[in-house]
Design a protein around this ligand. Structure first.
Ligand code: PEP
Ligand code: MN
Length: 338
């Protein structure tokens, strides 16, 4: 249920309503919008009918049910789109944030050189995997904490915040000590205990869509994170599995307008994992921007031919710089801030 407050409701009154909601055994999630404050009362359906009693309170305007199965992630709850801001990187509400970096951190020279170059080209956040969920147990599994330390060093050198993937509770807790944003990969989008763990850290989360998850399932995963206290989620469409084999996955561009209608959360596109082919990264990035995405996450490597992971889909430093010149031109036309 959503409790919509009248404009001008005092902090003391808000606090008292929150207490009453909690007394019904529900969690109260306060959302302060530009126009008005709403409270999401979330939890076991049994406490729901008692909420109607709150309608008598002077600063409560109305109480309405949230019909969607995802509540806190829904646009129905928030009524306006959200912007996620991490240091200088902004996603949503007219800001288009570009995240770039290698699939995985491999050594100091690689990550520092790549970070410096993508920053100069206009990226606002660095990516780099320290814990890699690989299809084969014999493939490079990531540098783990050593990789997190190198990412932190790259941040210190460049000022770029960084996002890194977590694959289990242990890596989530470890990465939360270093990273600005925790990434949930396609393979873990329905690992509900991991979603709860990252929600509890309170860190911003980049939540990838799974290769076979529907948009509704994906938003339910976002709900797990929000219901545990997570606040800032950036959704990431990275291609879904179809019968097509010419590309690694099939980018679901329609997910952008669909998500915009269903959820207040910003959505970015990962053209690298969507295609698996570097020549397709730029055209799909343009398509994402034109369709209303709030940003991109792109794999960039200082020497893709030597990359330990995802070399064929990685742009080199020059290719990324050239793409960003064209992205900047398109962003002006689209009235989006880079
Ligand atoms: C990645 O970002 O390197 C990654 C493994 O992506 P995904 O989870 O989308 O496959
Ligand atoms: Mn990758």
């Amino acid at each position: 249920m959503i409790i919509v407050l009248k404009p001008g409701c005092k902090p003391k009154q808000l606090e008292s309503i929150v207490k009453q909601i909690e007394a019904f055994g529900l969690k109260a999630h306060v959302s302060q919008g530009t126009e008005r404050t709403v409270i999401g009362a979330i939890g076991d359906d049994r406490g729901k009918h008692e909420l109607q009693n709150l309608e008598g309170i002077s600063c409560v305007e109305r109480i309405v049910p949230i019909l969607k199965p995802y509540k806190l992630a829904s646009l129905e709850f928030k009524k306006e789109h959200s912007q996620v801001k991490v240091k200088g990187a902004r996603f949503g509400l007219g800001s288009f944030g570009v995240i770039a970096g290698p699939c995985s951190v491999e050594n100091e020279k690689q990550i520092i050189k790549t970070a410096q170059s993508v920053k100069a080209s206009g990226a606002r956040m660095l990516r780099g995997g320290a814990y890699k969920p690989r299809t084969s147990p014999y493939s490079f599994q990531g540098m783990e904490e050593e990789g997190l330390k190198l990412l932190a060093k790259a941040r210190k050198e460049t000022g770029l915040p960084f996002v890194t993937e977590v694959i289990n509770e242990e890596s989530a807790r470890r990465a939360a000590e270093y990273a600005d944003v925790l990434q949930i990969g396609a393979r873990n989008v329905q690992n509900f205990s991991l979603l709860k763990t990252v929600g509890k850290t309170g860190k911003p989360v980049l939540l990838k869509r799974g290769m076979s998850t529907t948009i509704q399932e994906w938003l339910m995963s976002a709900e797990y994170i929000l219901s545990e206290g997570g606040k800032d989620i950036i959704l990431c469409e990275r291609g879904i599995r179809t019968f097509e084999t010419a590309t690694r996955n099939t980018l679901d561009i329609s997910a952008i307008p669909v998500v915009k209608e269903l959820s207040h959360l910003p959505i970015v596109i990962d053209p690298s994992h969507a295609t698996g082919v570097k020549q397709y990264v730029e055209p799909l990035s343009f398509a994402a921007m034109a369709a209303g995405a709030d940003g991109l996450i792109v794999e960039v490597h200082n020497d893709p031919s030597k990359a330990l992971c995802d070399g064929p889909q990685s742009l080199d430093l020059k290719e990324f710089a050239a793409m960003m010149v064209r992205i900047k031109a398109l962003s002006k036309f689209n009235k989006q801030k880079l």
